[in-house]
Design a protein around this ligand. Structure first.
Ligand SMILES: NC(=O)c1ccc[n+]([C@@H]2O[C@H](COP(=O)([O-])OP(=O)(O)OC[C@H]3O[C@@H](n4cnc5c(N)ncnc54)[C@H](O)[C@@H]3O)[C@@H](O)[C@H]2O)c1
Ligand SMILES: [Zn+2]
Length: 1619
């Protein structure tokens, strides 16, 4: 056997965990020898296989070969896709199929070689394959080594969550080969370290301390590859390898121990879930981008903070844990840039996290359970602790709120965190001293941490913690220090103070007795740039041998151990006083007494030098500063005697004086008392003067001893203003002073009063200009944040003035922004103790100096603190469909005079059913004078002023449900512009855009309004930008493009104008957004992609092209303006051209438009880098009312959100395209793109490319999973390429389709709408349905032509046939009952007789009392359960005929119906629904007409006795509908058998419509008469009404718009042929 040194760990009573380096031969031999089998199957993933599979194969094969041929075992291997997605049911099935295919039996041994994914999956396969086979774990990631491989938990994921299905199944062996870690990516290593740190944190403080101090070596061990199997045996193992192995073994041992006592996870084993309760919730949101260990790392800190908040764990523990995790490159908060920069990070709301935690396996009932640390290495309970939701929420929330009140701990006694400068000095002093010192109140910071580690490594002192880390016991080494072992560097991270102090300390090291020749100190990359030159120069000049190992003047340094010479030392001290302190601290240990001379002029930070000297005195060494004998001035020369420091038994590290100002200020403001220990009059910190110099003059009682400060505030509300104060000596405390000054209403003390002040309660703080360049510009910060409370301030050059006000007058509910500045946060929390609902937005920024500030506020001062979650504005904008607009807000119309505001406005008012108000008319009525006269009389400026007043009034009094059209010059005044801009937040301000040439032409004829007095074109040019600036929508009111093309389109455009106005205004007001139908589950929707450089030639075919589809896509990136027509490659079309194209399209179809700007990398022609231009076009699209905007998720999220915030009723399609063909639908990338898109869009679009038909199944699978989630958004999922055609057939939302008439397809593999219907039919997804006409006689009916043409054009497999029966009997009943019945039309004489056979009637059918359409409706989507629904589309056909022939008619004032039968009933119903005011009915037999009057009481039908004479002198009708046969009417008054039609029927001065419901002849007497006498009137033939009602029927049966154009052509051809 190959010689291998193994360390064994026992688990569940068996030594089955074998650890070492380079174990592959050992594994092969051990497995073959102890687990005999016929088959060994190794499962691994591609990554691991690349590095390590060959050696396993080689070892196993050669070892097998040594066995007798007879019964020689097989060795098989299976390599699977890496990644969490493989850990699925499918992944499990794949391995099982492999095993079955290879005829593996119960004796098989499975080897899991890989990370946790391989281990969990393979383990679960082993647990169930043949009811369980033996298996071996060979973990290759650190996480798998220390965690997933140990304990026997195996599992797979399902879409419902991770690890939900699995088993406990113990491996026979776990082989831990630490050499595998050499190939592991560093991030994966850190990922595993999170678990290692976790285990130490709950179980073993000593191990934790090792991890804390050895991160650099541990990293080094995996970064330097071991050659020649170094480390396999102990003698070849490096120190680093030894350390790495001991860390892994240590961690495993703990887990193995816990598992052994609690295998099935009943209590104790839960402890290993420390950090995991919150960590898992975070992971659920951020996976797969952020790794498990990284989430757990943040989770550990949050859970530790939770126990700190509960008063169980001290800040020391939280701090150590934080620093330790950081040292392994792990994130420790959600604001870590690796996390915060992710789009998904915004989903990490408190509510969401708590919700996810609900389903934690540890929970019992509703209570959440969390492992609570009591100190490093110990937990609060031997199991997870139940914690209330509100506590967790408080820890998680980003903002905090102090609840005002009297501190319950009054009188408060506390110490604030230790001063950083003093902590660092005390550590060095105590370590260099003789005896033992107990350091109290030491600040736990990076500096102190590395300092201690370094001193340990230099064997300069030893340390121990007492009181759970509150006290540090230092056993001083009397200045004796040793060179660390060769190759061992002292790593200082980025701890500046430590680096400076230790450089001199290292010169004190005694000459080495070992082979180590120098001490090396180094740091991280940032540290290697920080200066140390002046100090090294001084030491070198004094004879020390110090070498720069990398760059000159910076760390790393190599320092030869030869002691410090001493005597005269010269040091340039103008850069940092830390150099001076460094030498001072070490000087007593030099060979000769030191005289330190500071050179280079200005010495900076003298107080810090004084601090060092004062502290040295406490430790027994007195430094003497030289004085100029003549002047008596202090010189920068210090004499330090030789000697040894004496440790005092205890040293209380002074509190940080700046921090102390907050609790003292709380006492002052709440009228209570507070004593801060460890800070008094002896303090060397400037801010220690705050109590005496700020609080006392404000009226507080201050008692300061040498070491303690007590403040008692005056009764609440009685603080005095300070008047003038120079805070130069305590600049950091000015923020605290400012918040107190804000509520100080007493007059300042007499000697401080300011004569020149703006207010008697002024506090003028000066001498603080340095505060502008701190964490933020603190002076501005205070001014801006105080303003939120309503506090008045004034900024000064070197300070500010604050004007005090009574607390009761301050604004409550202010939300304070902290600029990530701890002092801003703490200062405002002082104000929050008296002002209700003050929110401190970034509570975590206190971490810099007082991480447990909020907990101390609660636990030590006794004020309640609540967590607050800020509703982020971002979240609102990104949520789908939310707009700030209010659907009932009025529409405001602006634009040039002559742009068509009145015309468009009136049409809009008709469409919306809202009153139209013309501001000019309103003006005239109100001022009793016309606009023109007013201007002549009062001049333009008076007019503008009044006009603006009137605008204000209109917006106030008619701000809801009105159409307001404003004068063209309204944008001339800034006030009016501001009013308009403000209104865009509430509702639409629509700019009517018309070409200037058309305007000029139009205005030439007009005289009603005042002349401009300047050329119209100049006015136009001036106002254009203002219009653009004031509106949020633009309506294009010119026909230029269309009419330029041909007359046909011009005519069509004319008529379409009204439709377009109705569509546009209904959409932008949100009254009736023009969104696609068929987006509901179970339905299919399509859009046609227009791929022309210029779409206008296609518009004449638009009806044919769009047959069946729900929307039309304008591929803006493919447009080319005429001058660039031939331009290939990427291109940005000009906005004006895009506008023209879109509005031309608009006039041709009312289908919603999908506005797409596809970039080159996503398969389009728009340049990738031109994001701004792209978003300019997308914004334009929203302004123009495009209903769907395609936005690529690869664009900057900021842009997308901004766009989204303005989208109004339009929807965003968030799209992602992969053209490479590499994207696999089962990969994480698709999931993450889907998550991103569903956050940003209303509809998701993901497009891949199919390489085989399989890829479509994968897509289908993905979509099914994605859409089964609650509230899932609709998804467009498509594979490109011919292989992907199937996906286009199966896709259900907005399948992009082409049409045979189009020049090119928008994408390879695109199908037409009809092709897809065919394919769906063949796949059984679209069964053929039969439709019928019931009636008698019906032989000549046009309905079969109508519907069958529609079915044919759309590629639908349905049919329409005649069913002529003698009654409504068995034949009809059987038809209705047949499963393929798709619907029926009903005509005379059965419109009433069918009713008893139906299950339900529409309200219209009910009111009319007749059914002409039967629709079978599936119940809950189940075709086998359906009901028969009776409807009436006759009235809709009538409405539509009137509306489309006379769009501007709106609600007719009066209308006439001739006849009183069933059709007359439909006509009355139609007229009533159009809002007709007077409905007249004429019938030869008046008694029959009377029945109608009674039947429609709401419609207020009036009887007409003589045609041409209207009841009670009412208005003459603008709509006439005849429902009697043509033969029953005549224009001959001698015809006694017919109704005589007089020409007085028509008011020829108005426009009107005549509808004759009679089918035959084509020209009835009524229509002929109309054409003769009323030329302004439109006429509608019976067959046209038939068509209109048929379209509606068709749509009700198929869910698709009828292809009207083709259908009408065929029906009319046939009709005229027949007639
Ligand atoms: N069963 C348990 O008790 C338990 C405990 C913790 C985690 N887990 C599970 O473990 C899984 C995560 O395990 P993981 O972090 O090891 O992830 P992993 O298995 O996905 O491995 C991480 C990555 O490193 C690669 N890799 C592995 N070893 C390598 C090596 N030596 N050299 C180069 N590349 C290498 C892998 O191919 C993969 O890409 C999760 O599914 C988690 O649920 C299970
Ligand atoms: Zn874990």
């Amino acid at each position: 056997m190959t010689a291998t040194d193994i360390f064994k760990v026992s688990i569940l009573g068996k030594e089955s965990i074998h650890c070492g380096f380079h174990l592959v031969p050992y594994i092969a031999q051990t497995v073959l020898a102890t687990l005999p089998s016929s088959t060994y199957v190794l499962i691994t993933d591609n990554h691991v296989a690349n590095f390590h599979l060959a050696s396993f194969e080689a070892e196993f094969t050669s070892a097998c070969d040594k066995l007798p041929q007879e019964g020689r075992p097989r060795f098989l291997s299976r390599v699977i896709t890496p990644g969490e997605t493989t850990k699925s049911r499918e992944g499990k099935a794949d391995i099982e199929d492999f095993l079955l295919l290879n005829k593996c039996t119960r004796d098989t041994v499975i080897l899991a070689l890989g990370g946790g994914v391989i281990g969990d999956l393979t383990g679960f396969v082993a647990a169930t394959f043949m009811r369980g086979v033996r298996f071996v774990q060979i973990p290759t990631t650190l996480l798998a080594m220390v965690d997933s491989s140990v304990g026997g938990k195996t599992a797979i994921d399902t879409p419902h969550g991770k690890n939900l299905i699995g088993a406990f199944w113990q491996p026979e062996y776990i082989f831990i080969d630490a050499a595998f870690l050499e190939t592991l990516p560093a991030r994966e290593f850190s990922n595993g370290m999170a678990e290692v740190v976790k285990t130490a944190a709950i179980w073993n403080e000593k191990e934790f301390a090792d991890l804390e101090s050895h991160s650099a070596e541990i990293f080094a061990a995996i970064q330097t590859p071991s050659t020649n199997s170094a480390g396999r045996i102990k003698s070849t193992r490096s120190a680093a390898q030894e350390l790495l192995l001991s860390v892994i073994v240590g961690s495993i041992s703990v887990k193995a121990h816990i598992v052994t006592i609690d295998e099935r996870e009943t209590g104790l084993r839960n402890l290993v879930n420390f950090g995991h309760t919150i960590g898992h919730a975070i992971e659920a949101v951020l996976t797969p981008t952020i790794l498990h260990g990284e989430c757990v790392s943040v989770g550990m800190i949050l859970e530790a903070e939770l126990s700190r908040q509960m008063g169980i764990l001290g800040q020391v523990g939280v701090g150590r844990l934080t620093r330790c995790l950081k040292a392994y490159n792990l994130p420790v908060s959600l604001s870590d840039p690796r996390i915060a920069s992710l789009p998904a990070a915004q989903l990490l709301t408190v509510e969401r996290l708590l919700d996810i935690m609900k389903i934690d396996k540890k929970n019992s009932g509703p209570q959440k359970k969390i492992v609570i640390l009591s100190r490093i290495g110990e937990t609060h309970e031997p199991k997870a602790t139940a914690v209330a939701d509100n506590l967790i929420a408080k820890t998680l929330s980003e903002a905090a709120k102090v609840i005002p009140g009297t501190p319950t701990k009054n009188p408060v006694h506390m110490a604030t965190p230790g001063s950083k400068s003093i902590s660092n000095r005390a550590l060095v002093l105590a370590a260099l001293a003789k005896g033992t010192c107990r350091l109290k109140n030491l600040l736990h910071s990076d500096d102190t941490q590395v300092m201690m580690t370094a001193l340990l490594e230099l064997k300069g002192a030893s340390f121990a913690w007492e009181d759970g880390g509150e006290t540090l016991v230092v056993h001083g080494g009397e200045g004796s220090l040793q060179v660390p072992p060769k190759g061992k560097e002292i790593y200082l991270g980025n701890a500046g103070t430590a680096a400076r102090f230790l450089t001199t300390v290292c010169t004190l090291v005694a000459p080495s007795k070992t082979d180590a020749t120098a001490t090396v100190i180094t740091g991280n990359a940032r540290m290697k740039q920080r200066p140390i030159g002046p100090l090294v120069d001084a030491l070198r000049a004094n004879g020390s041998d110090v070498t720069y190992l990398e760059s000159q003047g910076c760390l790393p340094l190599s320092i030869v151990p030869d002691g410090l010479k001493g005597s005269r030392i010269q040091l340039a001290a103008s850069v940092s006083s830390q150099y001076v302190s460094s030498i001072l601290l070490c000087a007593p240990y030099a060979s000769e007494p030191v005289t330190l001379e500071l050179t280079g002029g200005q010495v900076i930070s003298q107080p810090y030098i004084d601090m060092t000297i004062a502290m040295m005195k406490t430790f027994g060494i007195v430094v003497e500063r030289e004085v100029d004998a003549e002047t008596g001035k202090l010189l920068d020369v210090y004499r330090i005697p030789k000697g040894v420091y004496e440790n005092p038994a205890q040293y209380n590290i002074e509190s940080d004086a700046s921090s102390a100002t907050y609790p003292l200020a709380i006492a002052a403001i709440t009228g209570t008392s507070c004593t801060i220990a460890n800070i008094g009059s002896e303090s060397l910190q400037g801010d220690a003067r705050f109590a005496k110099e700020v609080l006392e003059p404000m009226g507080c009682e201050v008692i300061q001893t040498e070491t303690e400060t007590t403040v008692r505030g005056p009764p609440v509300g009685q603080l005095k203003a300070i008047g003038l104060i120079d805070m130069e000596p305590m600049t950091d405390a000015f923020l605290t002073a400012s918040v107190l000054a804000a509520v100080a209403v007493g007059a300042p003390l007499e000697d401080r009063e300011l004569k020149d002040a703006d207010s008697p309660t002024v506090t003028r703080i000066i001498g603080i200009s340095n505060q502008r360049v701190k964490e933020c510009n603190r002076i501005r910060a205070m001014i801006d944040q105080l303003a939120k409370f309503g506090v008045k301030t004034k900024e000064l050059d070197d300070g500010l003035e604050v004007y005090g006000q009574p607390v009761t007058e301050l604004n409550t509910g202010a939300s304070v922004h902290c600029y990530d500045d701890h002092r801003v946060a703490m200062a405002f929390s002082v104000l929050g103790t008296v002002v209700k609902d003050t929110i401190i937005e970034e509570k975590r920024c206190v971490e810099k100096t007082w991480p447990n500030w909020w907990d101390d506020l609660e636990n030590k001062i006794g004020l309640k603190v609540e967590g607050v979650e800020l509703g982020s504005a971002d979240a609102v904008a990104s949520a789908s469909g939310t707009t700030t607009q209010d659907a009932s807000a009025s529409v405001v119309i602006i634009g040039m005079r002559g742009s068509g505001k009145t015309h468009v406005g009136e049409l809009a008012a008709t469409a919306l059913g809202w009153p139209f108000v013309d501001a000019d008319t309103y003006f005239g009525e109100k001022e009793n004078i016309g606009v023109r006269e007013y201007v002549q009389k009062h001049g333009w400026s008076a007019f503008r002023a009044t006009e603006t007043e009137i605008l204000k009034e209109l917006l106030e009094t008619r701000g809801s449900k009105h159409v307001l059209s404003l004068g063209g010059g309204i944008v001339e005044t800034p006030v009016a512009r501001d009013l308009l801009k403000a209104f865009t937040k509430k509702g639409p301000v629509v700019h009517i855009v018309r070409e200037i040439d058309e305007i000029v032409k139009y205005l030439g004829e007009e005289t009603a309004r005042p002349a401009y007095g300047e050329p119209v074109t100049d006015v136009f040019r001036r106002r254009e930008p203002w219009f653009a600036e004031c509106c949020n929508y633009e309506f294009i009111n010119y026909t230029g493009v269309a009419s330029a093309v041909d007359d046909f389109l011009a005519a069509k455009a004319e008529r379409a104008g009204a439709d377009e106005v109705a569509r546009f205004f209904n959409h932008v007001t949100g009254q009736q957004p023009n969104l696609a139908q068929n987006h509901a589950p179970g339905k299919r929707s399509y859009f046609l992609s227009l791929t022309y450089p210029d779409i206008t030639p296609a518009l004449r075919h638009i009806d044919d092209l769009t047959a069946g589809v729900d929307a039309i896509e304008l591929r803006v990136d493919l447009l080319r303006s005429p001058k660039d027509l031939g331009q290939p490659g990427s291109y940005i079309p000009p906005a004006a051209y895009v506008t023209e194209q879109l509005s031309a399209l608009r006039r041709s179809t009312s289908l919603p438009v999908v506005f797409t700007v596809r970039t080159v990398s996503q398969g389009g022609a728009f340049p990738d880098k031109s994001e701004k231009e792209a978003f300019d076009l997308l914004s334009l699209a929203i302004r123009l009312g495009a209903e769907y905007i395609d936005v690529e998720v690869s664009w900057p999220e900021k842009f997308i959100k901004d766009l989204s915030s303005r989208k109004g009723s339009s929807h965003i399609i968030a799209s992602w395209h992969d053209w490479s063909g590499k994207m696999k639908w089962n990969e994480e990338i698709v999931k993450s793109k889907h998550a991103l898109a569903s956050r940003l869009g209303d509809i998701i679009k993901i497009v891949g490319k199919a390489n085989s038909v399989q890829d479509n199944f994968a897509l289908y699978d993905f979509v099914s999973k994605a859409t089964s989630a609650p509230n899932a958004k609709p998804i467009i999922a498509i594979n490109m390429g011919v292989e992907g055609q199937m996906s286009r057939v199966l896709n259900s939302t907005f399948s992009p389709v082409t049409h045979p008439l189009l020049p090119t397809k928008a994408a390879p593999g695109q199908l037409s709408f009809a092709q897809i219907q065919n394919a769906l039919h063949l796949l059984g997804q679209l069964p053929a349905r039969r439709h019928f006409l019931f009636g008698n006689p019906i032989a000549h009916s046009m309905s079969p032509t109508l519907h069958n043409t529609g079915f044919e054009v759309l590629g639908l497999p349905h049919t329409y046939e005649l069913l002529e029966t003698s009654d409504v009997g068995e034949e009809i009943k059987a038809t209705l009952a047949s499963p393929d019945f798709g619907g029926a039309s009903v005509t005379i004489p059965y419109k009433l007789d069918v009713i008893p056979l139906l299950d339900r009637l529409s309200p219209a059918a009910e009111a009319i009392g007749a059914v002409n359409t039967i629709i079978p409706i599936a119940v809950d989507g189940d075709q086998s359960k359906r009901i028969l629904y009776g409807d009436n589309t006759d009235w809709l056909g009538i409405c539509e005929s009137i509306r489309s022939r006379a769009p501007s008619l709106g609600a007719p004032r009066a209308a006439l119906v001739i006849g009183a039968g069933g059709t007359a009933r439909a006509a009355i119903f139609a007229l009533h629904s159009l809002g007709t005011q007077h409905v007249y009915v004429y019938n030869r037999t008046p008694s029959k007409a009377q029945i109608l009057v009674d039947a429609f009481p709401d419609a207020q039908v009036e009887l007409v006795e003589t045609l041409g004479l209207w009841p009670c002198g009412g208005p003459s009708p603008s709509v006439i509908i005849s429902t009697v046969p043509a033969s029953a009417t005549s224009t001959d008054d001698t015809n006694r058998d017919a109704v005589f039609l007089p020409s007085t029927l028509f008011d020829t001065s108005i426009e009107g419509v005549v509808v004759d419901m009679a089918y035959k002849p084509a020209e009835t007497p009524l229509l002929a008469l109309t054409k003769r006498v009323a030329t302004k009137w439109a006429t509608v033939m019976g067959v046209e009404v038939l068509l209109e009602q048929g379209y509606v029927q068709f749509e009700k049966w198929t869910g698709r718009r009828c292809p009207k154009h083709v259908v009408a052509r065929r029906v009319l051809e046939k009709y005229h042929g027949n007639v």
